[in-house]
Design a protein around this ligand. Structure first.
Ligand code: SF4
Ligand code: SF4
Length: 348
């Protein structure tokens, strides 16, 4: 009986996220800017691509049932030569053997997006739990009465040490999660951009400026409106209290808030979380979900809206530029404005 291809493709529904390409264990799928194609001679109909596609751009034929072996072989594929050692007996034994569900691949041999590393939803959730737990531990420790009684010259270094520990824990866990599956942390987090052209870099720079202007403008309008309505908290967190209202405080604030903070937060939210969510739910649900979690992470009811807008812009930027450097740049510049404002007001 004539057997058609095991997959039905709908390139119009595809948003080029690349999750299917990464998930294919045989390198049978290629996703380009204008195409979505399958090498039917490699494809065995395992359905891994259809399972990760959140947009139903790839659907497994036969009502979603797994098609394997001979049933997956399309009519137009070249026949596979029979091995000389194969006997009728061994063939019937193989047919009677239970079908083993293929393990979902985690590394694509030929690299590709994120060096072929696909974050799973479980890993993304685990990373997020580590970040929230470390943040809660840091904030709880800072409320201990011992800090109140401590002189400034001891309290500030201790607070900065806790902040460094908080970031350090997250970096260690991120690297460990990637390394345990043999991945390259820089690639898996989108920090390596192979073959980026000058045009790509210029477009990214333009989008960074646009995203920064839009998010900062919206945050300023929001602050102005909430202040006018008397909704703004009277004493927002002051960076000069945390780092010290002097030049060394400013240097430390730049190091922690403008350099280390954005890199680590982007690695967690747009590096691991966005990728894990995208593979499971598709691009736009993932961008919205990670932006909501990013806003909740800042634990301020007042800043929920601007943080959500910032998180969504950073998520979209990470997805569209296929790397983490553009969102890191926006995040760093966004924080730099906050640091500059805090220290200018303090007269530093
Ligand atoms: S997973 Fe779906 S949406 Fe993403 S590239 Fe593949 S076909 Fe397109
Ligand atoms: S069905 Fe399996 S082998 Fe075929 S393209 Fe999809 S993931 Fe690759």
């Amino acid at each position: 009986m004539k057997q058609g291809p095991p997959l039905k493709l709908d390139p119009r529904a595809c948003d080029r996220c690349g999750a299917c390409e990464t998930a294919c264990p045989h390198g049978a799928l290629k996703v380009g800017r204008t195409y979505l194609k399958v090498d039917w001679q490699r494809c065995d109909g395992c359905g891994a691509c259809a399972r990760v596609c959140g947009r139903r751009a790839i659907v497994l034929r036969d009502g979603g049932r797994r098609v394997t072996g001979a049933a997956a072989q399309p009519a137009h594929a070249k026949p596979v030569p029979r091995r000389s050692t194969e006997t009728p007996r061994s063939r019937s034994a193989a047919a009677a053997a239970p079908k083993v569900k293929p393990v979902r691949p985690v590394l694509e041999p030929k690299g590709g997006k994120r060096g072929g590393f696909q974050w799973t939803l479980l890993e993304a959730a685990a990373m997020l739990s580590v970040t929230f737990s470390a943040f809660t531990a840091k904030e709880t420790a800072a409320l201990l009465p011992v800090f109140e009684a401590m002189p400034d010259d001891l309290e500030i270094p201790l607070r900065i040490g806790m902040l460094a520990l908080y970031y350090g824990v997250q970096i260690v866990v991120l690297v460990w999660l990637v390394r345990r599956r043999g991945g390259d942390p820089a690639s898996a987090l989108g920090l390596r951009i192979p073959g980026a052209s000058v045009r790509h870099a210029l477009t990214s720079a333009g989008l960074v400026v646009a995203a920064l202007v839009v998010t900062r403008l919206l945050a300023s309008l929001y602050a102005y409106a909430t202040r006018a309505m008397g909704l703004m908290p009277s004493a927002p967190t002051d960076l000069t209290t945390l780092f010290g209202a002097n030049t060394s405080g400013l240097v430390l604030a730049i190091l922690m808030v403008v350099v280390v903070g954005p890199v680590v937060e982007e690695a967690v939210f747009r590096g691991a979380l966005l990728e894990g969510l995208t593979a499971r739910f598709g691009v736009w649900p993932a961008i919205v979900a990670q932006a909501l979690l990013f806003a909740a992470f800042h634990r301020s009811l007042w800043s929920l809206l601007p943080m959500f807008v910032l998180g969504a812009a950073l998520g979209w930027l990470a997805h569209s530029r296929e790397g983490l450097w553009p969102p890191i740049a926006v995040h760093a510049l966004y924080n730099a404005i906050t640091v500059a404002a805090a220290f200018l007001v303090a007269g530093i």
